[in-house]
Design a protein around this ligand. Structure first.
Ligand code: KG4
Length: 343
């Protein structure tokens, strides 16, 4: 430790972003991400290509994160890394790097659950400013390409899942429907952009009827596919002529499905502080729906800062910091865990 200050290096490599961050006593000093454009041509992330790109990017990204923070390897007290969930080959790159780094510097390693990290991004303060953080307990709506969950967050490291998707995730629904319309991967941000120019009530898509607080998005994806296929038979230019309305109506439906279960979770738990996390939390329709509900139902809502909503090292760093305080370290025999969950 340096003058009782805790410096942690954090590595995120769960999917297609290689990211490193330095956190000092809970404040993010740097957060550097290298994204991988190589997947665009394939309509989705190609695992083999992702691992290779992580291998190429990891050293320069870590180097830049340390330079930006003004620290060198010998200043660091711990290295945190994303252990899972994610693509195994991608996780292996970050995990192996962390092991080598920890051995060479003789510092402890901290494993981080990527899902927990997305939620704890709400506790990030950085050199620009400190932000308003949720109070415990709060509800987290975690919506990404691989997850749609409602979680009761009791404490930084104590979380309980009360609802989750039984099939596709919300981000998958965005991306797969975007693909049907010929949009490039990832389609979520493109649907969001087009939706701003369209009518959310132009088309009506069916909602799933799922018990309790669970979600389902596979039915919506299939009905969207059939809807488009049927209309194209009559008018080959159907997508082109209706792109904005299709995007707006689809986004409206996905957001409505998400919000209905959040409202139910608030009713059932009595918790009125809600934070959204994961890539889909960047969606403007979801953010607006949440803000509207907050006004109407007197909720307090938290939307992640720009730069901390998509996969990033800073969220791993802040999680690593909380675990450092509890001395939750792992050994060199720790292996990546592709299907890690929030327990
Ligand atoms: O959390 P994330 O960066 O990565 C993983 O899931 O691993 O989330 C990526 C997902 C993708 O499905 C992407 O389409 C979606 O987040 N996404 C959005 C928006 N920005 C990202 N979906 C809808 N609207 C957005 N603005």
């Amino acid at each position: 430790m340096n003058n009782n200050k805790i410096y942690t290096l954090a590595i995120e490599s769960s999917c297609d972003d290689t990211s490193a961050a330095i956190v000092k006593d809970g404040v993010i000093y740097s957060n550097v991400t290298a994204s991988q454009d190589v997947h665009m041509a394939y309509g989705g992330v190609v695992p083999e290509l992702a691992s290779r790109a992580h291998q190429q990017n990891i050293i320069p990204v870590v180097d830049q994160a340390m330079k930006k923070a003004g620290v060198s390897a010998k200043d660091l007290d711990a290295v945190a890394f994303t252990r899972g969930p994610g693509l195994l080959g991608s996780l292996m790159v970050g995990t192996s790097f962390a092991k080598g780094f920890a051995l060479s510097q003789d510092i402890p390693m901290i494993e981080v659950n990527h899902l927990q990290a997305h939620i704890l991004a709400h506790f990030i303060d950085d050199l620009k400013q400190s932000y308003d953080h949720p109070g415990f307990p709060f509800l987290a709506l975690l919506v990404s390409g691989g997850n749609s969950q409602i979680i009761v967050v009791e404490d930084h490291l104590q979380m309980r899942v009360i609802g989750q998707t039984i099939d596709d995730a919300a981000g998958e629904a965005f991306d797969k429907c975007a693909k049907v319309m010929g949009l490039t991967y990832p389609g979520g941000p493109l649907i969001d952009r087009n939706a701003k120019e369209g009518d959310p009530h132009a088309f009506v898509f069916s909602r799933p009827k799922i018990q309790g607080l669970d979600y389902s998005f596979s039915g919506l994806k299939t009905s969207f596919l059939y809807f488009i296929r049927d209309h194209i038979k009559e008018n080959p230019n159907f997508i082109k002529e209706n792109m904005n309305d299709l995007c707006a109506s689809l986004q409206y439906t996905i957001v409505d499905i998400l919000m209905n279960k959040v409202k139910r979770a608030v009713r059932e738990t009595g918790i009125k502080e809600i934070a959204i996390a994961g890539g889909v939390s960047a969606n403007s329709g979801l953010q607006n729906a949440l803000k509207e509900a907050a006004l109407k139902h007197h909720w307090k809502v938290f939307i992640p800062q720009l730069g901390y909503s998509l996969d990033n090292g800073a969220m791993v760093a802040i999680t690593g910091y909380f675990k450092y305080l509890k001395k939750e370290f792992v050994d060199q025999d720790t292996a990546p865990f592709a299907r890690m969950v929030i327990e």
